[in-house]
Ligand binder design. Structure first.
Ligand code: EPU
Length: 418
């Protein structure tokens, strides 16, 4: 198993290019299966989750040709079955359920199971597909769905707000359903707008993605098209915060700051200087930053995926910060590792209180999920001395060339096999 070793205390300086959004690429690759002909993609991120998705898609029969960040997908689907072996390694494979059901009229997919960031039910996915007329059975850890789909009114509001992948699943399935589907309380994330744009290019009739109601008029067939994946807003935010926490100055290129309005507003409030440029942003932080209060919420609120990264930044501010996590109330496992580096964090109902300290100190720490891993990297970059991070395979799932990109910004970071 690999580990990452960081010698902390060096400000990040220079430029970094942001890759395509993992959370856009995953449902969009699934959507390509709905078509009757080939699709071509640009800006596909080279991350493990995308590799896993491509493995599942090829196991169904589809032909894939990949070169650098471009990919051609021929959606020949002989099989409509995704096994536990694949789905257990990546929850996002659940977004194959809608497209496979719509295209093949029946499918069987493993239930995704547990996750380090807390319970992640799929009731909204199933409720939505049932409303479209699917007959669903759950047996021996598998979801079997079949039936001819018909448009309907579907409310996707859940106890924690909306669900990104449930919205994606229903949107994709409804494209080939008979008649009109209206989704109330959909998730509004930019990745869903990217998905809707791709589906509309393919011949779908979707209106309102990104808004409070999505209307989909079913069509008979879809054709493959060319599409460029939007930039990864969570990766971009990770480099913004890495620059700020090391008191550096860097240009984050090929990013879309519009997708980060709320977190950038909070970072400015903390004292980070951010200048927007076409296709990116320049970040600078040269003084001690200020504490913040925030609550995570579905887009356009504060993203849960940026919460662990922001927590690390707040560990080094002067004063008390309060964070409440409203999407995954258990997403604080990483705080135990930060405490080992000298952070002062105490749990509070569905949240944490952080009291800023003057320094974090390098230590051996362990990663529990993708964003927790990125948070520990940031802590290592800002800490005094050496930080050794284990279980780094979690970061491979969502960050392309993490060590290379950070080294390019001047970080003293290396990856070693243990
Ligand atoms: N939820 C339900 N019922 C459902 C589905 C979800 O109650 O049927 C609840 C969940 O318990 C949670 C909330 O809705 O409180 C949203 O979670 P969900 O499981 O729907 O998230 P997701 O769509 O599976 C995407 C991202 C996650 C990101 C969340 C929230 C992808 C591939 N994944 O997951 O990304 O945290 O939205 O923004 O788009 C990551 O990239 O590290 C990551 C975990």
């Amino acid at each position: 198993m690999d580990q990452i070793i960081i010698e902390g205390g060096y400000p990040l300086r220079g430029e970094v290019n942001i890759s395509g959004a993992k959370n856009s690429a995953l449902p969009i690759l699934a959507a390509a299966l709905l078509a009757e002909s080939k699709s071509r993609f640009k800006n596909i991120p080279k991350v493990k989750d995308v590799t896993t998705m491509l493995k599942i898609i090829s196991s169904l029969g589809a032909e894939i040709i990949q070169k650098d960040d471009t990919l051609e997908l021929n959606p020949v689907v002989h099989k409509s079955f995704a096994s536990y072996e694949f789905v257990s390694t990546m929850r996002a494979s659940i977004c194959l359920l809608g497209p496979l059901l719509a295209k093949k009229r029946e499918t069987k997919i493993s239930l995704p199971g547990g996750c380090a960031i807390g319970p992640r039910p799929i009731d909204l996915h199933l409720k939505g597909l049932q409303k479209l007329g699917a007959k669903i059975k759950i047996e021996k850890g598998y979801i079997s769905a079949r039936g001819e789909l018909r448009g309907n009114n579907i409310d996707l509001k859940g106890p924690f707000g909306s669900s990104v992948l449930a919205t994606a699943n229903i949107m994709m399935a409804a494209c080939l359903a008979k008649g009109k589907t209206t989704i109330f309380h959909p998730a509004r994330e930019p990745e869903l707008i990217d998905l809707a744009n791709f589906l509309n290019k393919m011949g779908a009739d979707i209106k309102g993605a990104g808004g409070r109601k999505i209307e989909i008029e079913g069509v008979k067939r879809l054709e493959g098209k060319e599409h460029t994946i939007i930039p990864d807003r969570i990766e971009a935010a990770s480099y913004v915060i890495a620059t700020a926490i090391t008191h550096g100055e860097a240009e984050i290129k090929r990013a879309d700051p519009k997708h980060l309005s709320f977190p950038l507003k909070k970072l400015r409030q903390a004292g980070v200087q951010i200048a927007l440029k076409p296709g990116g942003l320049i970040v600078r932080a040269n003084e001690r930053l200020r504490p913040l209060h925030f609550i995570t919420a579905p887009y356009p609120g504060f993203p849960t995926d940026i919460q662990p990264l922001m927590s690390v930044l707040l560990c080094l501010t002067e004063g008390k910060s309060v964070i409440k996590e409203d999407i995954y109330p258990n997403r604080f496992v990483y705080t135990g590792e930060l405490q080992r580096m000298g952070a002062d964090i105490i749990p509070r109902e569905a949240g944490i209180i952080i009291r800023g300290v003057n320094v974090l100190k390098g230590a051996k720490v362990m990663v529990s999920d993708i964003r927790a891993g990125a948070a520990l990297i940031l802590a290592g970059l800002a800490a005094e001395g050496e930080t050794i991070i284990s279980r780094v395979y979690h970061m491979d799932r969502g960050y392309e060339d993490l060590v290379k990109k950070l080294s390019g910004l001047g970080a003293r970071i290396r990856r070693e096999r243990t």
